[in-house]
Design a binder for this molecule. Structure first.
Ligand code: ATP
Length: 370
């Protein structure tokens, strides 16, 4: 049982109806969130949605317009940043340019008046952990972006904080280094047992690293869940479209048959979809289906005309391991099909302007009402 599924588990961080206004702008709008010890929690959203402000509220760098913040059971809303059991790693890394790597890492420990021997042990531990021991005598201007990022992480972790807040921790790295570092960061976090709350606008990064993700839009939390649940069971059209690619089929509920809803699709056919939510007859809905949940057929599927759509191959993008096919269909928007090129190939190669059908099962997507 994960802590967030356990009604008896106590959250380590609790954000209780927090709002932050800048003038008339609601940067954070009535947010409630519970984060548990040892989580790698990501705040995900596009630029300006309020992620950084929420992180700064946790750190104590902003004071909420309303609402309370609790860390480890204590109300810290009125506690200044330096007295919170929190450390923050900034987007810019903010290393001291005139100090060496080891002096940078040691800085916070000195401020905390840790004895010299312990300081040295911690610095060595961090250098080792982040594999930067050979760089210990260098200054930040003698480091690459990726190395600077490691030093910044080492410095944030040296105090062994229970809670580390990271603002776009991998933002300055190129794609390759970023992908490698994602796994390292998760490893590191698991080994130290630190609770990480990170801000990112990169959905792949959030999917790879997080125990749970909060998807934000315009200061509000749209959905909080595991990467799998957010991908497979988005709770709204916004989340469905924000995470990964998706096919949306609009329609209207016309009947309930057992667990399935019969939906008259705008593209002209019928859909039969399972849904945990009740949808009264007449409700306008949108069915969201991930591309890989669609099956491609070169002859008309024999499912009585339900959950199927005829199309024509309009675009083919060869990406090596897979090819992406875009179809022109009566649904208007193109359906994206990803077919693997890995041998032995189970699917037929499609050609441009070829007529095909897609079909799907009642459990392959979600029925959304907004
Ligand atoms: P990004 O990914 O671009 O950093 P974000 O999701 O982190 O974006 P925030 O930095 O939290 O967004 O900003 C949320 C909103 O609040 C934005 O519209 C921003 O312009 C505004 N904002 C942030 N800080 C201030 C401030 N000190 N004064 C006025 N407005 C602010």
């Amino acid at each position: 049982l994960e802590p967030w599924q356990d009604p008896k588990a106590k959250p380590y961080v609790r954000i209780d109806r927090v709002t932050k206004k800048f003038g008339d702008l609601y940067a954070v709008d009535d947010v409630t969130l519970e984060i548990y010890q040892g989580e790698f929690f990501s705040l995900l959203g596009s630029s300006g949605c309020g992620k950084t402000t929420l992180l700064r509220l946790l750190a104590g760098l902003e004071y909420p317009t309303s609402g309370r913040i609790y860390i480890d059971g204590a109300d810290v809303t009125d506690v200044p940043p330096y007295s919170r059991p929190v450390n923050m790693m900034f987007q810019s890394y903010a290393l001291f340019p005139h100090m060496t790597v080891e002096q940078n890492i040691e800085f916070g420990l000195k401020q905390d008046r840790l004895p010299r021997r312990e300081r040295k042990e911690r610095v060595d531990e961090m250098l080792e952990l982040l594999k930067i021991t050979p760089l210990r005598k260098r200054r930040p201007d003698q480091l690459s972006g990726g190395q600077r990022q490691r030093v910044a992480l080492a410095r944030s972790l040296a105090k062994h904080p229970k809670l580390l807040l990271l603002d776009e921790p991998l933002g300055a790295l190129d794609k390759r280094l970023r992908e490698n570092t994602q796994f390292e960061l998760v490893n590191l976090q698991e080994r130290l047992g630190t609770t990480f709350i990170t801000v990112t606008h990169d959905q792949e990064e959030a999917m790879t690293m997080s125990s749970r993700i909060a998807v934000m839009d315009a200061g509000q939390i749209m959905q909080v869940d595991t990467p799998t649940a957010i991908y497979e069971f988005p709770n709204s059209r916004f989340v469905a479209e924000f995470i990964g690619s998706v096919n949306l089929f609009e329609g209207k509920v016309i009947d309930l048959q057992g667990d399935d809803f019969l939906i008259e699709a705008q593209f002209g056919g019928l859909m039969r979809m399972r849904s945990l939510q009740p949808h009264p007859i007449g409700t306008p809905v949108v069915v969201a289906i991930r591309p890989e949940k669609l099956r491609l057929c070169q002859t008309p599927p024999s499912n009585g005309g339900v959950n199927q759509l005829k199309g024509v191959v309009e675009d083919i993008a060869y990406l090596g391991d897979v090819s992406i096919y875009r179809l022109r269909t009566p649904n208007g928007p193109l359906v994206e099909m990803t077919l693997t090129n890995i041998q032995p190939r189970t699917e037929q190669v499609l050609t441009w302007e070829q007529e095909v059908w897609v079909e799907w099962s009642p459990t392959s997507g979600v029925v959304l009402t907004d």
